[in-house]
Design a protein around this ligand. Sequence first.
Ligand code: 13P
Ligand code: G3H
Ligand code: ZN
Ligand code: ZN
Length: 327
Amino acid sequence: MPLVNSKELFEKAYKEGYAVGAFNVNNMEIVQAITEAAGELNSPVILQVSSGARKYANARYLVHMVQAAVENNPNIPIVLHLDHGDSFELCKSCIDDGFTSVMIDYSGHSYEENVEVTRKVCEYAHDVKARGRYVTVEAELGTLAGVEDDVKVEFGKSSYTDPDQVQDFVKRTGVDSLAIAIGTSHGAYKFKAEQCTRNKDGILVPPPLRFDILKEVEKRLPGFPIVLHGSSSVPQEYVKIINEHGGKMPDAIGIPEDQLREAAKMAVCKINIDSDLRLGMTAAIRLHFDEHPDHFDPRQYLGDGRKNVKDVVKHKIVEVLGSNNKA
Ligand SMILES: O=C(CO)COP(=O)(O)O
Ligand SMILES: O=C[C@H](O)COP(=O)(O)O
Ligand SMILES: [Zn+2]
Ligand SMILES: [Zn+2]
């Protein structure tokens, strides 16, 4: 099937209590790993492109690599989504390039500016008469901590989503899904040590997600799909491999998977994961170089990286998202 938007995927996910994984793509191996995993597990999947990815890989390369993945996996629905679009112009350009879904992230601006720009993107994206297809739009209310594109939100400067704003925002913008801030955060260092406790193995345990806010949002917007960014769990086995093979990632920590699984059963229909793929790729490549100092063929170490990324995605689909066999 051709690329799809996220509308029907989210309707089904909401009804059946699972979430669709949104994984960031930056190169061919990552596109292949994600779509092979989803294909083998008969799962819908969202491939998302940040503006950093667009700069790195070139927009045309990414669109065509995703098209190749669609041809190779004709039985699963695949969405091509812009992650953290920071302007109307960028969203427009991706829509014109064939993206089936975009995020306009104006959550760092005033509420009224966020409403205005999101509304404008929706007007363009939803104009079926103009381009014969409906492009779905995600927006954000509240700000996550961590590094997001070139913007670093300091710990303590992040703000949770205010449930009192969500109805007005959705009504005035016509947006299709909403990313909310309930304590997730971007990157591999999601919490400072002083925000956490340590378990018996000395591993940091982060503060729990604000399920009370999620429940309030769900009450105000019944049936409406919610998105969680910053949802990597930072698998400690990969951090350990990285640290034991020349890397240095002290106190890297993520969101416990059981909490994400709970969220996926609720109104959360899209869960964003990027850092865990990076960790899988990096762990495999560091291990490969340590074990085979004589290797210099990129296919050998990138092949190991690709295999690890595929394992990560399969694990997420089955154990966290619950989207296997939902294609
Ligand atoms: O939210 C993300 C992309 O938009 C990715 O989050 P992570 O850094 O937790 O993987
Ligand atoms: O939300 C951020 C994503 O992980 C994308 O990261 P990036 O901007 O480094 O491509
Ligand atoms: Zn944001
Ligand atoms: Zn994000």
